[in-house]
Design a protein around this ligand. Structure first.
Ligand code: ADP
Length: 400
């Protein structure tokens, strides 16, 4: 069974075509600059052939037509007929409190996602455009499924998701912690239990998704009890360009001093802060690490803050779950940055983490495995995430 997985942004559209027979990605690609000019890059994963074209993409419908063309024709073609694709799965960032699991798309579901646009103004409107365009190009006969980024976090208890502001604002606007990266946390926690050969129902796991955006989640018996991102993906700890949690008064103080509008405030906190803001160099850890190693003090400070805050979050989630059996690192940084992992694990040795330094250093670039000694009371794993596969699995389960 072939399933197309879609991640539609406001000006971009990423896709993967997954053959569920073996769970293999057979094609992937990206449409960029939708609404500006337009460019598609499509790769046939079996042959390695890449198709590239700059072509006008005034909207998502035209972008989907380009995807369709790249899948069935040209040098990176993977299938003869679009009818071979049996279902489509869409990634949706914000499902609010309306959706706690993946669902098959119908008009009611689209209305529900639309009703949450206020909570995710950068994402949900783009997802809806993507869904509508996909239905237009692929036809109503192909079942489509939506998989929500926050659904996995819907098991959080109120003491973890409520913000201590006047209760009326929760009632009026549904302001609370929702959490994100749920599909990734779900995938790596399930895989962690598999690697441990144990039922997830008896495990306490802390999953660290560390990419440009980053979040940490506490999972007890397979259910999320707390997660670091909040109403939006801004909360938690320092990220590539985002602040993570800071004293809200620092924000109102700066608004008063600098005269920022809400939009300007959002831009500074989301796009100019974090590792980029502190280092003044880059949001990419590879650049910041290189500068830190050359003696740049602000680059080193950015990494020191990051490593310290990650350790603090893990510590707080050990307290939240009253223990921990395993910790997982995933995401571009979690999967590759072994010096960060070593620092965090060594400084948590008192909990019962015995790092295997050699295993840690070699488990990079897509490798999976334990980075603790076999007798370590707490196991630490590196598990490359695969959100697309998770979306494809949910889609298959729902359309079967
Ligand atoms: P996003 O949140 O955009 O999906 P990623 O998960 O791709 O982010 O992570 C991006 C971060 O991962 C960057 O800071 C980058 O430095 C780091 N990273 C990605 N690949 C590697 C690699 N091969 N070696 C070292 N760092 C990497």
């Amino acid at each position: 069974m072939l399933i197309l997985v879609i991640n539609a942004g406001s000006s971009s559209l990423k896709y993967q075509l997954i053959d569920m027979n073996g769970e293999i990605c057979i094609a992937k690609g990206l449409c960029e600059r939708i609404g500006v000019d337009g460019k598609i890059e499509a790769k046939n994963m079996r042959t390695g052939e890449v198709y590239e074209e700059e072509t006008a993409m005034p909207n998502h419908t035209v972008a989907f037509q380009s995807v369709k063309k790249a899948l069935i024709s040209g040098n990176a073609k993977v299938i003869d007929d679009l009818a071979e694709i049996k279902a489509v799965g869409h990634r949706i960032v914000q499902g609010g409190a309306l959706f706690n699991k993946s669902v098959v798309i119908d008009n009611e579901v689209i209305d529900g996602i639309e009703s949450l646009c206020d909570l995710a103004p950068l994402h949900n409107p783009a997802h809806i455009q993507g869904i509508r365009a996909c239905i237009e190009v692929f036809g109503k006969e192909v079942p489509e499924v939506v998989v929500f980024d926050n659904a996995f976090h819907s098991t959080m208890p109120p003491e973890a998701y409520m913000f201590p502001i006047p209760y009326e604002y929760y009632e009026k606007y549904k302001i609370r912690r929702y959490g994100f990266h749920g599909t990734s946390h779900r995938y790596v926690s399930a895989r962690c239990a598999e690697l441990m050969g144990q039922d997830i129902k008896g495990l306490k796991i802390i999953t660290c998704h560390l990419g440009n955006g980053a979040s940490i989640t506490a999972i007890k018996n397979g259910e999320v009890v707390d997660t670091s991102m909040g109403l939006t993906p801004l909360d938690g700890f320092i990220m590539g360009t985002r602040t993570g949690g800071i004293d809200p008064s620092a924000v109102t103080y700066l608004q008063a001093k600098e005269g920022w509008t809400p939009e300007q405030t959002d831009t500074v906190l989301n796009k100019k802060s974090g590792v980029l803001g502190i280092s003044g160099i880059s949001n990419d850890d590879r650049d910041v690490k290189a500068a830190a190693l050359e003696g740049n003090a602000r680059a080193k400070l950015a990494r020191d803050i990051q490593w310290y805050q990650i350790r603090k979050f893990i510590g707080s989630y050990v307290a939240a779950m009253q223990g921990v059996d395993a910790i997982v690192f995933t995401g571009g940084i979690g999967e590759n940055t072994f010096d960060l992992r070593a620092d965090v694990c060594e400084k948590l040795a008192f909990l019962g983490i015995a790092l295997d330094a050699a295993a840690n250093e070699k488990t990079i670039r897509g490798a999976e495995g334990a980075i603790t000694a076999p007798d370590s009371p707490i196991k630490v794993f590196v598990i490359p995430t695969n959100e697309e596969l998770m979306i494809a699995r949910d889609t298959q389960d729902l359309v079967k």
